[in-house]
Design a protein around this ligand. Structure first.
Ligand SMILES: [Zn+2]
Ligand SMILES: [Zn+2]
Length: 810
């Protein structure tokens, strides 16, 4: 007969199929039960393979979904795919080697849809293989009709409430992605650069003034040079004119406090728009006429004169060679500089004037910080990151993107009077790029109407995931908002969390969720970020294939919430060992239970009550921790309880009652202890290791409980197990004795079954000792134990708290 061994792959697939077929995780639309709703992060539909970090992040809140379900709540656990917007477009450009400017909008969108379908399938497969308890009937896509309607409804509502404006102030521009971007899309990039000290003639004199710049290529845009008003060195030059070498343009020399006296030469040449300071500078000096010399693709335009058509890099070389020819470069200084780059492509940002829609957030900072404080942050210190972000905002939220694959603005413009023309809410979703303005003509009578061709920033839609889940403006779910939980990673606090709080406040004057849990990242074994380019990409499904989903999830629960977690194969292997141990222990337990009367309430011995007290305390602490989104401590403590107190001790201690006829009267109590404690262990492990626990539940408990899944049984209630502090104290002493005997035998290299005679001096009263003496003797195979009570040794380290002596080994 083949040995009964745990086969994780067969078992996991079996239960995944069972859960699906029996709708175990369906959200019940009509139930009266308390709803627990999760604002699942919709992953970008732009990854061919998913690494262990993705699996870890999603597992961590999947644990929570299962725990809350066992608390009896009606869990709303949806999935969404964030398949619109720049991440998808960039991915399509990469895998299909296309450039959006060289294919038609239709062709490009078709490719995007093709890729999002593939990515959706990838996620579905991974999440299913990890055993996620998602209700797939709640799936949404951010490019789908429901999300488009919600995003456009959001636009109309913001417009009505005057949170929107359309301006042509300079905006941040990515020349690589060819779109405007927002402050939240920026990253800092540290790099070394050269600061050129360049001499310019002061017109009508023999004198030269030396300015310092890192951007020679912007020379043709220069509108002024400035010195600090209190800089004595240059006082006499203010009001005069400088002749810029190379272009020979004449620009005013101004005094302006924005000049840093101690940077470079203390003289700045201003070439809007080279960076954010230029925007402030131009706003202060309306008298200066700005010439923007950059095309959207990063080449120079007609205002750049002889440099027209060059890339910025080519222009830089050309300008430098002219300056060298004129012999005006006084000094070249190596410096480290921090430049703002687009986080998705690492291209340094440029600034363009582009008419675009913006959501006004700068004048709402205090209110937005107050909203953030109404949400419970887990861990709490993550709230500070949110507040720092809001405090340091410098830009309103620009939402126009000059891209193809996104939710279109529900906007047309009248060609005659420039009026902004909007559809009615009931007409949503609309696509002005494909459809006529639904109301036909402007109020001015004109029928000459043009569509807005831009699409909205992808965050414009993903900031509305609570509203999408609630079906805002559709068949709205009642009393659904705020949602219970937003789980997300810490790197998108400034985007996803922030924008969602903004939207919820502007639309409904409330917070989007009660709680937010912030996960860390999965790192490689050396603590580095996992990425394809770094060559440390560990595909999540490979790990599941080699071990199991439960073992993978066991690893994902290793770290405290909010902390980054290194992928360590040995941790997955440890999880795998636990599965096998659970399986074998359960088999052994139930071999002893063939004649166990489930309804009985036998009188428990001290050791039984010791186990029940430990279990009670574990349940109390775990429940509290789970409610605070702490899965790692309950996991570690349950693991400790199971291996040590349950398997190493209790199971070994009660064996004697099964094998020794004379102790048969205490057998039902041992059966009771094993049966109930093992069930609680399965339940406590269920959120983290759903497959093995379901397997053992069905194998051993289902026929008694008749509930379709361990995952919908009620979370263990601590009250079921009475606390007996006295029994715990006495039991702890028995454990010390047993461990001392085991240590002795292992040091003497004799079998644990070798009979001994022992002498013990301990802190238990004689009558207390009698409560455990049979269990101790049975476990350490003592033929005789001479026990003496002493008052002197009541506490202290284990070894010193009592005397344990083997008198004879035979
Ligand atoms: Zn970019
Ligand atoms: Zn009009």
């Amino acid at each position: 007969m083949a040995k009964d061994q745990y086969n994780p792959h067969e078992t996991e697939a079996k239960w995944q199929e069972y859960w699906k077929k029996n709708n175990v995780f369906s959200f019940d639309q009509n139930a009266d039960k308390e709803v627990y709703s999760i604002d699942t992060p919709p992953p970008y539909a732009s990854a061919a393979h998913l690494h262990v970090g993705h699996g870890m992040h999603y597992s961590q809140f999947e644990f929570i979904a299962r725990f809350q379900r066992m608390l009896g709540k009606n869990v709303f656990f949806p999935m969404g795919y964030d398949d619109n917007g720049l991440p998808t477009e960039r991915y399509v450009e990469k895998v299909h080697h296309v450039d959006k400017s060289k294919v038609s909008r239709k062709e490009f969108i078709a490719l995007c849809l093709e890729e999002t379908k593939k990515a959706g399938k990838n996620y579905y497969d991974l999440f299913t293989q990890l055993g996620f308890s998602i209700d797939w009937s709640l799936l949404y896509q951010t490019i789908g009709p429901r999300a488009r309607r919600v995003a456009q409804l959001s636009f109309l509502d913001l417009h009505k409430k005057r949170y929107l404006e359309r301006t042509d102030r300079p905006t941040m521009w990515c020349t690589f992605c060819q779109t405007t971007i927002a402050q939240a899309d920026l990253d800092d990039l540290e790099r070394s650069g050269t600061l050129y000290h360049v001499k310019a003639n002061v017109k009508g004199t023999e004198e030269f003034v030396t300015f310092a710049t890192t951007r020679p290529e912007l020379m043709m845009a220069c509108i002024a040079i400035t010195v600090h008003p209190s800089d004595k060195r240059y006082e006499h030059l203010v009001g005069k004119t400088a002749v810029i070498p190379g272009s020979h343009a004449e620009v005013p020399i101004l005094a302006d406090e924005m000049t840093k006296m101690d940077f470079g030469s203390g003289v700045v040449y201003w070439c809007p728009f080279g960076d954010m300071n230029d925007i402030e500078f131009v706003a202060k000096h309306p008298e200066l006429e700005v010439k923007i010399i950059l095309n959207p693709d990063g080449t120079l335009n007609e205002f750049a004169g002889k440099y027209e058509g060059m890339t910025a890099l080519e222009a830089r070389k050309a300008v430098l060679s002219e300056w060298r020819a004129e012999n005006v470069i006084e000094r070249e200084e190596s410096i480290n500089q921090v430049v703002n780059v687009h986080e998705r492509c690492k291209t340094p940002v440029e600034f363009l004037r582009q008419k675009q829609w913006q959501i006004k957030v700068l004048d709402q900072k205090d209110r937005l910080i107050a909203q953030g404080r109404k949400v419970n942050w887990y861990p709490d210190h993550m709230r500070v990151r949110y507040e720092h972000w809001v405090q340091n905002l410098k830009w309103n939220w620009g939402i126009s993107r000059q891209r193809y694959f996104g939710v279109p603005f529900p906007v047309w413009y009248c060609d005659e009077c420039s009026k902004v023309l909007l559809p009615d809410e009931s007409q949503l979703p609309v696509d002005p790029r494909e459809e006529q303005y639904p109301k036909g003509s402007c109020t001015c009578g004109s029928t000459k109407i043009s569509p807005e061709m831009d699409v909205m920033d992808t965050w414009m839609t993903s900031s509305l995931t609570p509203e999408i889940n609630a079906d805002w403006g559709g068949k709205e779910r009642k009393n659904f908002l705020p949602m219970s939980l937003r789980p997300q990673a810490h790197d998108i606090i400034r985007t996803w969390a922030f924008y969602t709080i903004v939207k919820s406040y502007f639309h409904h004057k409330r917070v989007p969720w009660n709680d937010i849990m912030i996960s860390g990242h999965g790192l490689d074994e050396k603590g580095k970020k996992i990425s394809k380019s770094a060559g440390n990409f560990i595909v999540a499904q490979d790990v599941i294939k080699k071990y199991s989903a439960d073992a993978f999830r066991f690893w994902a629960a290793e770290t405290k919430l909010g902390e980054d977690l290194r992928y360590q194969e040995k941790d997955v292997a440890t999880g795998q060992k636990l599965l096998v141990k659970l399986y074998n222990a359960a088999r052994f337990v139930f071999m002893q239970l063939s004649d166990f009367d489930r309804a009985s309430k036998p009188e428990l011995t001290t050791i039984d009550r010791w186990l029940m007290t430990k279990l009670h305390k574990l349940i109390v602490s775990s429940t509290k921790q789970w409610k605070e989104y702490d899965y790692s401590r309950p996991k570690a403590h349950t693991e400790q309880f199971f291996w040590h107190q349950f398997c190493d001790l209790y199971l070994e201690i009660v064996k004697d009652r099964f094998y020794d006829e004379k102790r048969a009267d205490q057998k039902p109590a041992a059966q009771y202890g094993l049966y109930h404690a093992l069930f609680s262990v399965l339940q406590l492990f269920a959120p983290i290791m759903p497959h093995i626990t379901e397997e053992l539940y069905h194998k051993y408990y289902w026929s008694d409980k008749k509930i379709k899944s361990v995952h919908v049984t009620s979370w263990p209630a601590a009250d079921d197990f009475l606390v007996d502090e006295q029994a715990e104290k006495i039991g702890d002493f028995a454990v010390q004795v047993i461990e001392a005997a085991r240590k002795y035998k292992s040091e003497k290299k004799v079998s644990l079954k070798t009979p001994v005679t022992a002498r013990i001096v301990g802190p238990l009263q004689e009558d207390e000792w009698l409560l455990i003496v049979d269990d101790v003797k049975g476990t350490i195979k003592a033929q005789d134990i001479q026990y003496t009570f002493t008052e002197e040794i009541k506490s202290g380290p284990v070894e010193e708290s009592f005397v344990f002596e083997i008198i004879q080994t035979s």
